[in-house]
Design a protein around this ligand. Sequence first.
Ligand code: NAI
Length: 333
Amino acid sequence: MKIAFFEVEEWEETYLKEKLKKHDLIFFKDELNKKTIENIKDVDIVSVFIYSKINKQILNKFEKLKAVVTRSTGFDHIDIKECKKKKIFVFNVPNYGENTVAEHTFALILALSRRIHKSYERTIRGDFSLENLRGFDLKGKTLGIIGLGHIGRHVARIARGFEIKVIAYDIKKDYKLAKKLGFKYTNFNNLLKNSDIITLHCPYNKKTYHLINSKNIKLIKKGAYLINTARGGNVETKALVRALAKGDLGGAGLDVLEEESIIKEEVQLLSKNFPKENLQNLLENHLLLTFDNVIITPHNAFNSKEALQRILDTTIENIQCLIKKKKCSNIVK
Ligand code: NAI
């Protein structure tokens, strides 16, 4: 098979060459577009990331394309209808970072509970005093998880190891899962009232826009912590800033901020095409940065070696599945 890969980094090229030895591979650092397509019209498979727009015009140029394999979860950069018409399969990578984001959630929780950020700041200055560095135990605390999907359930699993009591709110209930992981479902308001730490793992949509807002933030237990690794828009920033300023919240761990609307999916942040100065600006301008009980990470929860490797491995599986004409699970329908 002749396969063209677009938007690939060097380490990916090396890995793909090793894993797909039998095939004729072509690599491009840039995206697939009207220009770059000229030399690869005769390929069987094309693998892209989200900056390659696979529209009708591009698809018409291929002579015998069998599949578009995107190395992303989202596929709105591909004209699926047109692919169907032309009998071209489209593959994606549905999940790759469930435990990864859950682990980052605990990195934020532990950094806040043991004041790791403040300790680090101090010791690099050669100051080993303990003043204002007293933390709190996680054992025996109540963690409220909002959204028990792929990521939320890993958070519940990890919490067990700390002997944390987990309560959960989700619009869909999975009682088998609750029994297995030892958590209890509750309603939204109860979760806010009873949690020592609240962590968000629901999607961002019309219904979850400002899910935590100036009205309901008052319900949160005084001194509780809020962790957000979902999407910035799930929390009304103004309400968060006010609650922190008044001392109603004990602190916050945020991997995402409200202004990040340009981010469709995480791996986009690693692309050379992503305007990184936007992130920097929004971080710099953010009032949240001024609180010493707030930790902000730059939308980095997904970014582990293993998670990125899983994207590549799933892409290889997708390609091999197509070649072997097996029943493939990652075909976009
Ligand atoms: P998922 O779709 O597996 O789970 C989402 C869960 O939220 C589902 O159980 C769903 O029923 C529930 N839910 C939907 N609407 C809700 C509502 N109104 N209230 C409460 N629960 C609701 O999604 P997954 O993979 O667990 O990811 C969760 C979110 O994490 C993603 O939507 C994404 O925004 C974010 N994310 C962040 C990353 C990062 O690097 N910071 C990386 C990957 C995902």
